[in-house]
Design a protein around this ligand. Structure first.
Ligand SMILES: [Zn+2]
Length: 233
């Protein structure tokens, strides 16, 4: 049935259920998914996955000892990328997360220095927030990555213990202090001697990733790398 659907029924169904690009709204062939090729090319790639000492890696210098760090795209206000991240976080558009994850997966496939990574770990949301949103967007991104770059996604070995209120008006130092003790590794055996790639949607100050990364690094034999969809300048 699925082959019949792909070869014959899908174009037919699109007559009734139009399939439009999430970026520009143009109608798409059934072989395109989520974004048209033109919109994919418009996304501002950083090239950081193959660039040691890139700005994201430097952000963590002196804070948490990461092996490698990278973001896939530059974040700017009013951009297509901002639209996709808003869809993912506030509009219940899970496909946006899988799509952005797949794009990261292709970048990781071609990044020699990330090949020693063993497992993908989404940055945990506070359970209350995950419950109200219905999902953790970082988990969807991990699942998108994993579909392209074959690494298991481990989502229950590190947890978020304290709730912190929105901290946008606080400076970097006090944010970091507030984050101490927020994360706890509950299944150390899963992490032991593994190279972990910790995933989030956007890196701004890196304070939350710092705190989670530090908790993960308390496990014996662990090495840590960090990656996100977007990086804000
Ligand atoms: Zn488009």
């Amino acid at each position: 049935m699925s082959r019949l659907r792909n070869n014959y029924l899908t174009p037919f169904l699109h007559l009734f259920y139009p399939h439009n690009c999430e970026g520009c709204g143009t109608g798409m062939m059934h072989t395109d998914r989520f974004l048209c090729a033109g919109c994919v090319h418009r996304l501002p790639g950083t090239g950081f996955f193959i660039a040691p000492a890139n700005p994201v890696e430097k952000l963590f210098y002196g804070r948490v000892p990461v092996m490698h760090a990278a973001s896939a795209y530059y974040f700017t206000k009013g951009s297509l990328l901002q639209h996709l991240l808003t869809q993912l976080k506030y509009r219940n558009n899970k496909e946006a997360g899988y799509f952005l994850g797949r794009m990261m997966g292709y970048a990781l496939l071609h990044a020699e220095r990330f090949q020693q990574v063993d497992i993908l770990v989404p940055l945990p949301l506070h359970p209350k927030k995950e419950h109200s949103r219905g999902y953790n967007q970082a988990t969807l991104i991990c699942e998108g990555i994993s579909g392209v770059w074959k690494r298991p996604v481990i989502k229950d070995a590190v947890t978020r213990v304290h709730f912190t209120e929105t901290q946008t008006r606080q400076n970097r130092v006090s944010r970091w202090e507030n984050m101490e003790g927020v994360f706890s590794v509950t299944k150390q055996a899963v992490f032991r001697n593994k190279h972990i790639l910790l995933i989030d949607d956007v890196i701004t100050t890196g304070a939350t990733l710092d705190a989670c990364g530090s908790a993960i690094l308390e496990t014996e034999g662990v090495s840590l790398s960090i990656a996100s969809v977007a990086y804000t300048l």
